[in-house]
Design a protein. Sequence first.
Length: 179
Amino acid sequence: MTDASAIYAAIQQFIGFDADDAARLRELAPLFAEHGSTLTDRFYAKLAADPEQSALIAGRVESLRQTHMRWLSELFAGDYGERYFDDRWRIGLAHVRVGVRPWWVEAVTSFLRSEGLALIEAHVADPERRAASARSLLKILDLDLMIINLAYADDRVDRLCRFTGMSRKLIERCIAQGR
Ligand code: HEM
């Protein structure tokens, strides 16, 4: 595995994701706890409407709904350190394992950005707090997506190593050669 957790820490710093963001996300927890179930239902209804995604979730929508609700509550739990990273990485690999193509995770994240911002716009009255909450939500969704994408990329290198018998270092050097 690349040192993805170091990349996560560096990107958190780069985008200025800090204790204020964590506090604002914690403040949003009750709002998303109240509306999370509807959001999750819409999320799975959208996946079910696409034939490829529908086949992947067939027969287990209820258990996936539960895991998605847990994912949503952790998004607003206010703790975004190493344990958060490890958990999100594991979730990324679960999607790799079942064959969810990565651009669908991007698509769903886009849906979550729009829906999440709409909830904030509708329920956070103070304009300054509303704008700051929206920024924090976008940052954490982007960080989650980044971790999942890193897990996908890491898995690809792993597969190449296994298929070719080449070391990770050599594969990484081959990839770098193409630049
Ligand atoms: C940002 C987007 C997404 C989030 C946050 C999300 C969240 C989750 C979470 C938390 C789990 C449980 C993983 C575990 O604890 O092992 C999971 C599993 C799963 N998700 Fe997603 N998901 C997303 C996108 C998608 C998409 C686009 C699909 C397409 C069908 C999908 C299908 C699945 C399936 C099939 C599993 C079960 C994996 C297994 O059997 O191990 N997810 N998802």
